[in-house]
Design a protein around this ligand. Structure first.
Ligand code: MD5
Ligand code: FE
Length: 203
């Protein structure tokens, strides 16, 4: 049964488990076209999470700010198409969480190595906050920080394991959130990495 975090936000434990190996193979196809890279924040810091994208739009950051861009700035080429397996999983997870018809146009792929963290932030670069966000965790486990509407609100800690899917919609869509530094660990499918797929309708 889904774990409801608050209305609109739920954890679907193991929802991606049986497709995990195929999902990771599709990610590998994407990364041969658009390799993982460490983006620079508008403040000039190198992000510890390595990122790439697939789909019509990709999330990028540089000294000029954050944006969704149809072109990979490293290659000048469009991002690789979203593999149908990924698109379908996001659609199915959103539906299971009560958001039928989810049609993501952007899939951000985050790679965490031991020590990598994602500091508290909100996802505010999308055009319409009525669309949910679907997040798929693969590889070594992580502790997700789930805060409130204000950065200073106390954050809950949620363990996210290989195959877990979280859907963030409704009032939960704009919560502050982050990921604690990843521990040293090994997973048979990803080695010392956590891979997170974040599906969004960006425009
Ligand atoms: C991750 N990525 O585990 C997370 C999964 C990012 C990011 O946060 O921006 O790349 S997405 C988690 C998320 C998305 C939207 C809302 C909320 C959480 N939330 O309300 O907590 O790499
Ligand atoms: Fe986020």
């Amino acid at each position: 049964p889904p774990e409801v975090l608050e209305p609109g936000a739920m954890v679907l434990r193991g929802f991606a488990l049986e497709k995990a190996a195929d999902l990771l193979q599709a990610v590998q196809q994407v990364t041969t076209q658009a390799p993982f890279r460490h983006l620079i924040t508008p403040g000039g810091l190198r992000m510890s999470v390595a990122m790439t994208n697939c789909g019509r739009l990709g999330w990028v950051s540089d000294r000029s700010g954050y944006r969704y861009d149809p072109l990979d700035p490293d290659s000048g080429q469009p991002w690789p198409a979203m593999p149908p397996l990924l698109r379908q999983l996001a659609f199915d997870a959103a539906q299971a969480a009560g958001f039928p018809g989810f049609a993501p146009d952007a899939c951000l792929i985050n790679r965490y190595a031991p020590g990598t963290r994602l500091s508290l932030h909100q996802d505010r670069d999308e055009g319409n906050y009525a669309h949910p966000i679907v997040s798929v965790s693969l590889g070594i486990p992580a502790v997700f920080l789930w805060g409130g509407a204000q950065r200073s609100d106390k954050a809950r800690r949620i363990a996210l394991m290989h195959g877990d899917v979280v859907v963030w919609g409704g009032p939960a869509r704009l919560r502050f959130h982050g990921v604690l530094p990843l521990p040293e660990a090994q997973h048979p499918l990803t080695g010392a990495h956590r891979i997170n797929l974040t599906f969004r309708k960006a425009s």
